[in-house]
Design a protein around this ligand. Structure first.
Ligand SMILES: [Zn+2]
Length: 69
């Protein structure tokens, strides 16, 4: 089973380190959204970008206390 626009991804919860599996729908392009950690219940800010050069999906976890300058 290989759906072209649905990708499996796993990220690590920045709060407790629990690994979370996601089904990423890349048809909408780059997006960011909130998910909830099933282990500790904390909100996780996920940032998904589509790398068109390598034809892959990149998912990053953005913690709210992270600073960007
Ligand atoms: Zn967690």
């Amino acid at each position: 089973m290989d759906h072209a626009k649905l990708h499996d991804a796993s990220v690590r919860c920045p709060h407790c380190g629990h690994r979370i599996h996601l089904a990423i729908d890349s048809s909408a392009g780059a997006q960011d959204y909130l998910d909830e950690c099933r282990a500790c219940g904390a909100d996780i800010h996920l940032v998904m970008t589509v790398d068109e050069v390598f034809d892959r999906i990149v998912v990053r976890v953005r913690s709210d206390d992270e600073n960007f300058y």
